[in-house]
Ligand binder design. Structure first.
Ligand code: SAM
Length: 234
């Protein structure tokens, strides 16, 4: 598992410089709206502790810092280069004092039990080498009543035509455009492949319940291309 995490951190280190640009181009900027689904569930004024897992270049962490005025955010990732960009962006957006970035693997979180009110993951869950362990660690670090919000790509959109177009887009267009801009076709072949290899949303929902989360819900976004998940620690 450690070997896989090292390979992941190397891959994301290599594409960090072009990651945001490619993300916004490939998603036609809809990725920002998907992240807003999580924002909509967060309180604006209450003091809260948030753990943003697999923060990458920090888009979600920065949005949360702007939205939740009294939030303290701990943002973790295993790629230093991705977080270097996140730190610069947080500084530019004047929220650097609200976010602490740390290089940590989600499978071994250096936080006490019952620390966070919320945990968020945007487009990170499918990359975890050991998803069960990751979810277990997140559960441990959430306070009782704390909530987990996840957005992740789905391997199977709900509409047949969208599914065919989405497959074509993932298998041909993403490696082509991603490879061209990042000069790393391997990474942009891995990323869509990791979507098709990821578990079905119904299995993910079961997993969340098995870990111990209650009030587990999911919502399909943009024809089921992305799924929003939520669960509460009892
Ligand atoms: N959250 C960001 C976003 O919305 O764009 C980044 C998503 S990016 C597709 C996935 C991130 O997961 C990468 O930055 C990668 O380094 C991180 N990652 C992969 N495995 C991880 C692990 N085991 N622990 C922490 N972060 C991990």
């Amino acid at each position: 598992m450690e070997k896989e995490a090292n390979a992941q951190s190397k891959m994301f280190d290599n594409i960090a410089d072009s990651y945001d640009k490619i993300n916004h181009i490939l998603s036609f900027n809809i990725d920002k709206n998907w992240r807003k689904k999580i924002i909509a569930h967060l309180p604006q004024t209450r003091p809260i502790q948030i753990l943003d897992v697999a923060t990458g270049t920090g888009d979600l962490a920065i949005m949360m810092a702007k939205h939740s005025k009294q939030a303290r955010i701990t943002a973790i990732d295993i790629s230093d280069n991705m977080m270097e960009i996140a730190i610069k962006k947080a500084d530019k957006e004047n929220v650097a004092n609200k976010i602490v970035f740390k290089n940590n693997n989600v499978t071994n979180l250096p936080f006490d039990d019952n620390t966070f009110d919320y945990c968020t993951i945007s487009f990170g869950a499918r990359n975890f080498a050991d998803l069960d362990k990751a979810l277990g660690e997140i559960y441990r670090c959430l306070k009782p009543g704390g909530k987990l919000f996840i957005i992740e790509f789905s391997k199977k959109p709900s509409n047949k035509i969208v599914e065919i177009l989405y497959k074509l887009y993932s298998k041909v267009w993403i490696p082509f455009i991603g490879g061209l801009i990042s000069k790393n076709k391997g990474a942009y072949t891995y990323l869509p492949n990791s979507i098709s290899k990821f578990i079905h949303w119904s299995v993910f929902v079961k997993k969340l319940k098995t870990v111990g989360f209650s009030s587990v819900h999911h919502k399909k976004l943009t024809f089921g291309i992305v799924i929003f998940y939520e669960g509460t620690k009892i």
